[in-house]
Ligand binder design. Structure first.
Ligand SMILES: Nc1nc2c(ncn2[C@@H]2O[C@H](COP(=O)(O)OP(=O)(O)O)[C@@H](O)[C@H]2O)c(=O)[nH]1
Ligand SMILES: [Mg+2]
Length: 221
């Protein structure tokens, strides 16, 4: 009985997510979903990214947190931003994103970034209608988070190893990280980035640009 309930909730979510994806595609909006633990650098990277593409793309953000509008306040100077408060929920779901989209005229945007609730577990299973799932791991979290939380890394289209500037200062085993990641996801691209030093940001911007171009070439379904 309980299994049926969970199953139905996910089915409803997937149906809503499919509708969101169709709307985004029809409007030509590319949608990356950023997933990581709290504090691994999602908002800081978005601050950099929004500024980098300011002249090139019309950008918007939906950001999820349990409480406060702190992240939206950080991002609002650079893009139209909607904060979702999940009131205890550990992830965004398609209904929340669908409600947030009421605040946007999608025809006015090229890219909609979703910053998911900080969590390596719950957000992974929820389709939000996004085009690509990006997993971030900061070097301060430890390389063991790859094997301990495998699903995100298995499903990610890109892994960003963040806070790369701190690598010399923490006992992060890079080789182990790569070996474990390759076991889960043999082909996933990995970019070392630092929002502080700027390392890897160009590679990240290029990845986004290329991915968006691929998406735009895919006909809406
Ligand atoms: N050293 C270093 N600190 C960073 C970097 N990116 C973010 N931070 C810091 O890490 C903390 C959490 O960053 P934030 O972007 O809020 O993480 P989020 O919770 O994933 O959105 C903040 O104090 C940031 O200043 C980085 O590349 N290097
Ligand atoms: Mg944040």
């Amino acid at each position: 009985m309980r299994v049926d309930v969970v199953h139905n909730v996910l089915k409803l979510n997937d149906a809503l997510a499919g509708g969101i994806r169709a709307r985004l595609r029809a409007a030509g909006v590319f949608c990356p979903n950023l997933i990581s633990s709290p504090g691994s650098g999602k908002t800081t990277l978005l601050e950099q990214t929004l500024q980098h593409f300011a002249q090139e793309w019309r950008q918007a953000v939906v950001v999820g947190d349990l409480a406060t509008s702190l992240d939206a306040e950080r991002l609002a100077p650079f893009a139209q931003t909607v904060q979702i408060n999940t009131d205890g929920g550990c992830h965004l779901d398609a209904a929340m994103v669908s409600n947030a989209l009421e605040h946007f005229d999608l025809d006015e945007f090229d890219v909609l970034y979703i910053e998911n609730v900080g969590n390596l577990v719950c957000p992974v299973g929820y389709d939000l209608g996004h085009d690509t799932k990006i997993g971030l791991l900061s070097v301060t979290e430890g390389e063991d988070k790859i094997v301990k939380y495998p699903r995100l890394w298995r499903e990610a289209d890109l892994v960003l190893l963040t806070k790369a500037d701190l690598l010399p200062h923490v006992p992060f085993r890079l080789e182990r990280f790569m070996d474990d990641l390759r076991q889960l996801n043999g082909t996933v691209e990995v970019i070392h980035v630092s929002s502080t030093s700027g390392e890897g940001l160009d590679a990240w911007f290029e990845w986004l640009r290329a991915r968006r171009a691929t998406q735009s070439a895919t006909p809406a379904t």
